[in-house]
Structure formats: C-alpha cells, structure tokens
Ligand binder design. Structure first.
Ligand code: ADP
Length: 721
C-alpha cells in the first residue's frame, strides 16, 4: 500500500507572528491614513471660489456656476435676534442693515455664529453682542440671520443651496420669498418632510440677482449655534446625487451590519468567550445609531441630537473597549473585568451628568472630556495589544481592530464641513466591518481545508492501521497454526526421541544379554561384533542427548559465543579430509576453494564447525547409493571495500531433495521432512541448531531443493579480512 506523504504544518513561531502583527498594523494605519487624505480631498467643502465685489458688496458669479459647486464661505452679513415675523417680502440686506445692528465680512465655520471670523466687523452695537433669549416651547432659543447677495451674468434656473451641518433650524429666503428650511427638527419647523441628511433647498433667481437670507433658530444651550458648514450652490445633477448618496450609503452599511450580526451569531459558539460577540454587536449598533443621529436621518431637535450623539459615542467607545478586552482571554480575568467595569462606569457617569444639566453638553469641557475618554480607551487598547498580548492568537486581529477604532473615534470627533453627508468614520466603519467579515471567512475557510486535509490523513492512517492489524492478525493465525503444528511435531519427535533412545537401549541390552549368556562358547569375532554394535548404539544415544543439551544451552540467556578470526578455508579442508576418508566408495565429496584466499571470518570455531558437519552429514545421509556432494567457497565483490564483500559457502548434493511445501519448516525444531524416511536416523534438531548458530554469527542461510534432483544449502558470511 502506498504510504501517504506526511505534510507537517509549520507552526508560526512567536517571532514570525510579531513581525506579521507589526506589518499588518502598519498596513492598516497606511490604508486608513490614505482613506483619510483622499476623503478630505474629495468630500470637504472648499474655500470660497467666487469673487466678492467689495464696492458693490455682492458676489459676482461667473457662468460656470451651473456646472460645479460654488462655496460661499466669507463676506456674509449677520444680523442677530431676527425673527420670522420681521422678514418682509421686499426686505433686502440693505434694509436690515439700516434697521438693526449687524456684522459684515462674516465667515462661516464649525463654531457657528459664536465665532464670526477674524474679519467680522460689527455695526450699530458697541458692547459685546448679546443674543436675546426667547422661550420656544420650553427650549431657550436664540436666533440670527445670515445674508448675502449674489449676481451672475446670465439667467440660471434650478440652483440648489446646500447648507450642510446646522446647529438648530434654518429658514431660507431667496429675494424675499421663503423657499425652504433645513436643519434639526423643531416645533417651529414649517414643512416636516424635508431630507434631514441633505440640507438643500431649490432657489430661483430674479433678474440675475439672488438675495439670500438664512434665518437660524438655535437652542441657547448649544455652544456653536447656526450654520456649521460653508453654504454651497449646487447644480441640479449634483443636488440629486448628493441627496441620494447618504441614504444609499446608510442602506449599504446597515445591510453590512446586519450581515455581520447574523454571521457572528452563527459563529458565536466557536468563540472562546461568546461575550466578545455581545460587545462586538453592542459596539456596532452604538456606532450605527450615532451615525443615524449625527447625519440627521432621524429628525430631532439640537439638544436631543447632541445628547443622543454623546450617549452613543460614549457607549460605542466603552463597548469597543470591552470587545478588545474580552477578545484576549487573560488568565487574570478579574483584572479584565475590573477595567471594563471602571471604563463603563466613567462613561455612564459622564452621560448622566451631561443629561442632568444639558448646558454641560455644549461646554468645551464636555468636548475635552469626550476626547480624553476616547483617547484613553483607544490608547489603552492599542497598548494592551502591543505590549501584553503579543503572543495571543488574536493579536493581529486585536491590534488592527484597536488601530481602526482609534482612527474611527478621531474621525467622529473631528468631522465638519462635509460636501456630501457621508462621514469619514462611516467609511472606516465600513472598511473595518468588511475586514472583520473577510478575516472570519478566511479563518473558517482555512480551518475547513485544514479539517478536510486532516480527515483525509486520518482516513489513510485508519486504512493503513486496519491493513496493518489484519496483517498482524494473519501473522497471529499463522503463528498459532505453526505453534500448534510445532507442538504436534514436538510431541511426534519426543515420541521419536524416546523411540530412538529406546531402540539403542533395547539393542544394547540385547547384545549385553547375548554376551552374558554366550559366555565362553561365543567366538571372538561374534563377541567383537556385539561389542561394536553396543558402541554404535550408545554413540547414537549420545548424539540425541547432546543435540538436546546443545539447543537448551544456546537458548540460555547467559550463553556466549567465543568469537575469533578463523579461516573457513582451513576449517572446510579439515572437514573434507575427515568425511571423504569415511565415505562409501559410491559416494563422492568434492571441495572447491580458492587457494590464495584464507577466507577469514569472525566465528566461534566449535559452533561453526558444527554447522558444516551437520550440513555435510545431512548431504551424505539424504543421498542414495550413488552420490555427489560438492562444497564450494568463494568471495563475492572481492574488488570492493571489505564492507561490501561477502563469503559464500554452498553444500549441495544430488540426493532425495525436500518437498517444496516443507522447505520453510526444515529449520524448525524436531521437524523432519516426510520423505526423510525411517531408515535414515535423525532427530530433526540438527538444522535448528545450525540456524541458531548462523543467526548468532550475523550470517544468512538459505536452501534450494528439488525432489529427486538434490538440495543446496547456501550460507553467506561477512569476511573480517
Ligand atoms: P535430521 O536429524 O532429521 O537430519 P535435521 O534438522 O538435520 O534433522 O534436518 C531436518 C530435515 O531436513 C531432515 O529430516 C530432512 O528431511 C531434511 N534435510 C536436511 N538436509 C537434507 C538434504 N541434504 N537433503 C534432503 N533433505 C534434507
């Protein structure tokens, strides 16, 4: 069976994972910074790109106003404390300027009218401007009107005035006509069904001139009342696009959020701590709610909006902290819980304080506290991942998540002046959700393929093991059979041995009795013949007994062979002389041996002698009258290094042969082939002794035989010279 390749999974070493984590974190920072710069370049209202005619006190707009957005940042006139009932059909900028205190060269920025810009010049009021507070349905309200005049060459219809972010509610008048409203919802709004996410109103020109008046009502509790973004004139196609984009974008991120929540719910049980999922869901839901409120998808008044934004901002920060904290399973879990509880309590206290006194909402301290709170959270998260959990398996994920949170919160705090109402932080949010989904898909796909690979491995391993077990089983069955038949053979041979021992004993006794009875009447020749027989029989008995003794000696654990360098050449020569002298005339023994090679091997001389004696005497015993027994010795690979050389000895005869099915058993103890015959006396122990000796000499013995043709025993030994 083909063995499957073992593919080892290279474990990621700690150094590798640190480097990988650093690289991933740098990559995330680079991507987020790139997004940050590209976003600011594309989606920010630019500087004033129209000329202000100081002598005529109006903007002169070229004809390309209908083709691209026009930003009107500076040179506004601002009249505080104006109310709707003070605006008449024919009231112009000039008429307001003549009646009320005002400021000109006002610029519009994220601070609303609390900071009218460094060029602003007040008229008709000496003291610091005081806004007159009035009560509007329980909310202390202040108001102010931004005014400007625009003139352009040719008639342009269908222009849109896009106000962007407003703290409060704005009523827009064009050439003295009310044309629309924008901003936060209040009880004094006229038309409630405007698009809160796109504060734009269609304006019409009158004789090449547009007199714009933007009247803002704002809560006194808001620190930056009025317009926060640079008012922009949009051509119609821009307006349609800018109106639909925020809603489509919201649909996209809500869809992605739902996918992440549902997918996460299914994967929850595979997390070590399912609270990670809970905090993840709470973080993204808080972020989404913040986004919806911040971008006026839900229309509400400024105070509710500011409070809502604060609540969900703090909530998302605190939940994100808990998310990262629970992402890492720290042994010191008590500490993990304690810091989460502290962070959450500070957040709750902060929200509670701000809600108890809404004036706190708009103080600069509130903003500073928010920044400090979020910075501490983001910095702790990044530091924790980088310094405490470098070896965690979630480290890469954790550091990337922390860095993204840092960027997201920073973008949430610093956002103003967007051209289209699609926030930078929502893009960060979108990217991080995408990467989280990608991360998990990737993780589970690789785990799945790992599982498939492992199960294939397992299948092959099981198949292999099963095959191995059945092999062992087969061997066991064979061994059992062998044992049974060995036992049978042993019993047979034991009875043979006892029979063999009894036969010479009976013969010896018979001859001894004959000698005793015959006495002096017996001839000398007869006596000698009887005594010779007694001698032969006792020698036979001795052989049987000594074979059994030999085997049991060699089996003893303390038996030691007496190894030394001996010459096979000399040993076989002596044996040859010995056996050829006693051979009957019809049998012939030959020895072929190289004359110039002593064939030195490491061996126990007595035991190795026994091997060859046994094999030669078997060849003599198991041949018929006419026999040719050949002993051959040669050195194989004589030209190669000693290690590769071998000495081969074969003892072959042309005798009765061994039946093929019995060849493998002839080295078994007490085993005698069926054709060995009763006439040839043997014990079946000789070859067993031979095998034991050969095995202990680190040599090999094999046999080839054919019935009626002959048998060859082949021994291979290692030369020591
Ligand atoms: P035994 O005392 O019977 O010779 P051995 O262990 O020496 O016992 O041999 C085991 C059996 O192997 C023999 O009984 C015989 O059947 C067979 N055998 C051994 N050598 C030869 C040979 N040269 N030719 C044929 N059969 C042989």
């Amino acid at each position: 069976m083909a063995t499957p390749k073992k593919t080892k999974i290279k474990p990621i070493s700690s150094d590798d994972s640190h480097l990988l984590q650093l690289l991933y974190t740098i990559l995330v920072i680079a991507i987020l910074s790139l997004v940050f710069f590209v976003f600011n370049a594309v989606n920010t209202r630019g500087q004033t790109n129209v000329l202000y005619n100081y002598s005529k006190e109006l903007f002169e707009i070229s004809n390309d106003v209908g083709k691209k957005p026009v930003y009107i940042e500076n040179n506004w006139v601002f009249v505080p404390n104006i109310q709707r009932n003070q605006i008449r059909f024919n009231s112009s900028v000039e008429s307001f300027k003549s009646k009320y205190p005002y400021a000109d060269h006002v610029s519009i920025n994220k601070n609303g009218w609390s900071n009218l810009g460094e060029n602003a010049q007040w008229y008709g009021i000496d003291d610091e401007l005081k806004f007159i507070e009035f009560n509007s349905n329980g909310i202390k309200t202040i108001s102010g009107a931004y005014m400007t005049t625009l003139r352009y060459g040719s008639e342009i219809s269908n222009l849109y005035l896009d106000l962007g972010a407003i703290n409060g509610h704005a009523f827009i008048y064009c050439n003295g006509h009310f044309v629309g409203e924008a901003g936060d919802m209040t009880h004094y709004a006229i038309i409630p069904n405007y698009n809160g996410a796109h504060n734009a109103t269609s304006i019409q020109s009158g004789g090449g001139k547009i007199e714009l008046l933007i009247l803002c009502y704002s809560s006194n509790a808001i620190s930056s009342p009025g317009l926060l973004s640079i008012p922009t004139l949009l051509p119609p196609e821009y307006n349609t696009f800018f109106a639909t984009l925020p809603t489509s974008w919201l649909a996209i991120i809500i869809t992605l959020t739902i996918i992440a929540i549902l997918a996460g719910y299914n994967l929850k049980h595979t997390f070590k701590d399912s609270r990670v999922y809970t905090f993840f869901v709470l973080t993204i839901i808080s972020l989404i709610l913040y986004y919806i409120i911040d971008n006026s998808f839900l229309i509400m008044d400024s105070i509710t909006k500011t409070a809502g934004k604060l609540i969900f901002f703090i909530a998302s920060a605190a939940f994100s902290y808990c998310f990262v904290a629970f992402l890492f399973r720290n042994k010191n879990s008590k500490l993990k819980k304690v810091d989460c509880i502290i962070i959450s309590c500070i957040g709750i206290a902060f929200i509670a304080l701000s809600l108890l006194d809404p004036r706190l909402l708009s103080t600069p301290y509130n903003k500073a506290c928010t920044i400090i709170y979020v910075s501490i959270i983001a910095a702790t998260n990044v530091a924790k991942v980088l310094f405490l959990h470098l070896d965690s398996k979630n480290a890469i994920f954790g550091s990337c998540a922390s860095v993204t949170m840092f960027f997201t919160f920073y973008a949430m705090l610093s956002e103003t002046n967007l051209l289209v109402n699609v926030s930078l932080y929502s893009i960060f949010y979108f990217l991080s959700l995408l990467s989280i989904i990608w991360f998990f898909i990737n993780r589970y796909v690789s785990q799945y393929s790992e599982l498939v690979r492992a199960s294939t491995h397992l299948k092959v391993a099981i198949e292999q093991k099963t095959a191995h077990i059945s092999e062992i089983n087969r061997d066991l069955v064979n061994t059992n059979k062998k044992l049974l038949s060995n036992e049978e053979a042993r019993k047979n041979v034991m009875s043979n041995v006892s029979h063999d021992l009894r036969t010479p004993i009976t013969a010896i006794r018979g001859y001894a009795e004959l000698l005793l009875k015959g006495g002096s009447a017996m001839s000398e020749d007869q006596k000698n013949s009887y005594l010779n027989n007694i001698l032969k029989r006792s020698q036979q008995m001795e052989r049987i007994v000594s074979d059994i003794v030999e085997i049991s000696k060699m089996e003893a654990s303390n038996f030691e062979f007496n190894f030394m360098d001996i010459s096979l050449n000399e040993l076989l020569d002596e044996l040859y002389m010995l056996y050829s002298a006693d051979l009957p005339a019809t049998k012939k023994l030959t020895l072929s041996i190289p004359e110039d090679d002593l064939m030195i091997v490491k061996a126990d001389p007595k035991r190795i002698n026994r091997v060859f004696e046994n094999l030669i005497s078997n060849s003599i015993n198991y041949t018929k009258e006419e026999a040719l027994i050949e002993i051959k010795v040669w050195r194989e690979n004589a030209d190669k290094p000693l290690n590769d050389q071998e000495i081969h000895i074969t003892i072959s005869d042309n005798g009765i042969g061994i039946p093929p099915e019995e060849i493998e058993r002839i080295f078994d103890r007490f085993y005698r082939a069926k054709n060995s015959g009763q006439n040839i006396k043997g014990t079946g122990l000789g070859l067993a002794i031979v095998k034991m000796i050969i095995d202990n000499h680190n040599a090999k013995i094999s046999v080839e035989s054919e019935i009626g043709i002959g048998t060859t025993f082949h021994i291979v030994m290692k030369p020591s010279y």
